[in-house]
Design a protein around this ligand. Sequence first.
Ligand code: HEC
Ligand code: HEC
Length: 204
Amino acid sequence: MRAPPIRARRHPAARRVVVSALLALFAASGNARADAAAGQAKAQVCVACHGPQGNSTNPAYPQLAGQTARYLYLQLRDFKEARRSDPVMSPMATPLSKEDMLDLSDYFAAQKPMASTYKVDAARVAAGRSKSEEVLCTMCHLGGFAGQNEIPRVAGQQYAYIVKQLEDFRARRRTNDAGNMTSVSRNLSDDDIKNLANYITGLN
Ligand code: HEC
Ligand code: HEC
């Protein structure tokens, strides 16, 4: 199933950000070689939503700090090529070159992730932990949801973002996962999703 065309749903605020993204990329393109400084310069436009050093303080915007570089690169590529679609994020990825995506991924992966400030519910944390053990989430995500290579770190991620992604996988609105998460989430109830998100946002 193909995602609906992005242009029709494009957010006006996002369009303004695209313009500043292009300006920032133009300014950064003076650096002839990929390097950390280039990544940092290119990231200026991203931190408007994803927070300083990629530590988001807005529940709708995922934390990028400390995410695996491989996963970040693959998501940027998928947004650009419309295998993953979001009305706010997709237009941000459209102007990026492969080199931009690699620089940005290296930059955000190298930043120190901050702990989530979401006020978790102790009963839901306990229920989420046992659901996670039952479904063997950490077989792929590793202990503590630390992530590895193309499998994301989810520890300390924004609560609302975790809930949205699990719902999107379950409803097959997000299908760029090679079948892993769409099948894992198929049998999760709304309560399971809230419990898992309470548990995982509190890990760090
Ligand atoms: C206008 C706000 C906004 C800006 C600016 C923005 N993003 Fe995003 N980004 C989002 C939203 C919203 C999502 C979550 C989309 C969803 O719910 O699937 C997202 C998701 C992502 C993801 C996926 C994270 C994950 O855990 O799967 C990556 C990677 C990303 N953005 C990188 C960037 C980079 C790099 C830039 C700068 C070039 C950038 N973003 C600029 C709003 C923004
Ligand atoms: C078979 C391996 C596997 C298992 C088991 C698994 N995951 Fe995943 N998970 C992945 C992969 C791979 C991705 C990245 C998908 C992509 O590239 O879009 C992912 C993505 C996610 C995301 C989105 C992260 C982001 O930043 O957007 C969340 C949340 C998540 N998994 C939670 C869970 C939970 C909770 C469980 C257990 C109920 C679980 N996963 C079990 C492989 C797995």
